[in-house]
Design a protein around this ligand. Structure first.
Ligand code: PEP
Ligand code: MN
Length: 332
């Protein structure tokens, strides 16, 4: 159950009530937002006396549910936004990982030439083999900060685990929680307390309910700037890296009040499918795309097969404008 309480109630009193009902709470727009487990279906008397409004919720998809808040959250991204009236599709692009100053600088130049605002690149890579490149760590974050200063791009980068969560929050404009750490509660909490937009990627073995519960973990810390990302789930099919769950995206659009972006790069795993998938995702009217592109994909130290070269990226990006327009969106 979600309960709104007026701000004039003493904090200590709200704390005591929260403890009594096993609830979480935070302050937003001058009200206390208290959330209990969904099995509370009747408002207790002690809360009924002071509640402004309340919502009995059928599941623990609560703060992220359209039953609570029917309009999609608007999330500011620099001088633009996503969500809200749904007229914008954000392009987030860049290499899988920061590898060198030269590589990331070339990536930025391409993005700037295309009028793209958000650079993505990982510095802490969650790899499947311990013997592969795991990212440049803080040196990579410093290069990203350098690029932000030089080009005015916003930086989206991943926190892989709690050992460097603070560092990523310090450097990033948009914090990414990756598919492999969707369930890391330390990271969800760090993302919730970051005060920054968060890209929450769906774990490849996770249900939609599990994804939205993780979104609620972040939102219940008081941060409603959560962007859900579908990046492919594991199915019986193994000719492609993962299976992009577009039915799931339709479900999220229907039931969830958060913007949704799609990552065809990690889903497909091969560069040849990405442009078609990006157009298909755009035709679905999603709020954004996350695409991996590298100045020299064959030299990439991670996810080489799926990264578009800059020429391929530019052709794909150009083709998206018309598709976006046909579903009432503009690319930002
Ligand atoms: C990434 O975006 O570079 C990444 C590691 O993706 P995922 O968490 O979806 O595997
Ligand atoms: Mn990658």
């Amino acid at each position: 159950m979600i309960i709104h309480l007026p701000k004039h109630i003493e904090h200590a009193h709200v704390e005591m009530l929260a403890q009594e009902y096993g609830a979480l709470f935070f302050v937003r727009n001058d009200v206390y937002v208290m959330v209990t487990h969904h099995t509370m279906t009747e408002l207790p008397d002690a809360l009924a006396q002071m509640a402004i409004e309340y919502w009995a919720m059928p599941t623990d998809m609560q703060l992220s549910s359209r039953q609570y808040n029917p309009t999609t959250h608007t999330i500011a991204i620099g001088d633009t936004y996503i969500g809200g009236d749904g007229t914008h599709q954000l392009m987030i692009a860049g290499p899988c990982a920061v590898e060198s100053r030269e590589q990331i600088d070339q990536s930025c130049q391409m993005l700037i030439n295309q009028g793209i605002r958000v650079l993505r690149a990982g510095c802490y890579k969650p790899r499947t083999s311990p013997y592969t490149f795991r990212g440049l760590g803080e040196d990579g974050l410093k290069l990203l900060a350098e690029m932000r200063d030089k080009y005015g791009l916003l930086i989206a980068t991943e926190m892989r685990d709690a050992t460097h969560a603070d560092k990523v929050v310090e450097y990033a404009d948009i914090v990414q929680v990756g598919a492999k750490s969707m369930y890391d509660h330390g990271l969800l909490q760090a993302a919730g307390q970051s005060g920054k937009p968060v890209i929450l990627k769906r774990g490849f073995g996770s249900t939609l309910q599990e994804l939205v519960h993780c979104a609620d973990f972040i939102m219940s810390c008081g941060n409603s700037q959560v962007i859900l990302c579908e990046r492919g789930i594991r199915s019986f099919e193994n000719q492609t890296r993962f299976t992009l769950d577009l039915c799931g995206v339709a479900w999220l659009k229907q039931h969830c009040n958060l913007p949704i972006i799609l990552d065809p790069s990690h889903a497909m795993g091969y560069a040849y499918g990405i442009a078609d998938l990006a157009r298909a995702c755009t035709a679905m009217g999603v709020d954004g795309l996350l695409i991996e592109t590298h100045p020299n994909p064959h030299l990439a130290q991670s996810d080489a097969p799926q990264q578009l070269d800059h020429h391929q990226f530019e052709i794909m990006y150009k083709s998206l404008h018309e598709v976006a327009k046909s579903v009432g969106k503009v690319l930002v």
